[in-house]
Design a protein around this ligand. Structure first.
Ligand code: SF4
Length: 144
């Protein structure tokens, strides 16, 4: 069993209430090989919500307390992202999950590159908060 970003599995959990279904992920869900999770929903953020990005660093820095997640209105939603990441990690550890397939560029699920905190659709190097926490626990992230 692996975990996948719920929006890749067709759940309408993105900030604007949309999804981004991926055929491979949908097939894995259909054959009971994957479980969908949304770290932002686990962090008790509503749908729809304002889009969020990490400022001052990346997901690693958020976990260390030196960067923040803010929404496009300037609200600090860092604690929601950390709470969601911790819940996903607990689930992954309880299921002995070794690998996840996560949505690219997201401030929660992104891996390798994330939006740069300017809300101008630009990228910077780094992981989202949940991906950073899973990586710290030796879980492999595949990005889609
Ligand atoms: S937190 Fe992850 S699963 Fe949830 S909407 Fe964002 S990218 Fe998709």
């Amino acid at each position: 069993m692996i975990l996948v970003s719920a929006c890749l599995a067709g759940h309408q959990c993105r900030y604007d209430g949309s999804s981004c279904p991926d055929p491979e992920v949908l097939e894995m869900i259909k054959s009971f090989r994957a479980l969908p999770v949304c770290p932002e929903e686990y962090g008790i953020l509503p749908i729809p919500r304002f889009p969020s990005e990490i400022v001052g660093g990346n997901g690693e820095n958020v976990l260390d307390g030196s960067a923040w997640v803010v929404d496009s209105r300037g609200n600090d939603v860092t604690s929601n992202y950390v709470e969601g990441a911790v819940k996903v990690l607990k689930l992954a550890l309880s299921m002995d999950v070794q690998k996840v397939i996560f949505k690219r560029y997201s401030p929660a699920c992104g891996c390798g590159f994330i939006y740069d905190g300017t809300f101008r659709n630009r990228l910077k190097i780094g992981d989202g908060v949940c991906s950073a926490l899973l990586k710290r626990n030796n879980i492999i992230i595949e990005s889609k």
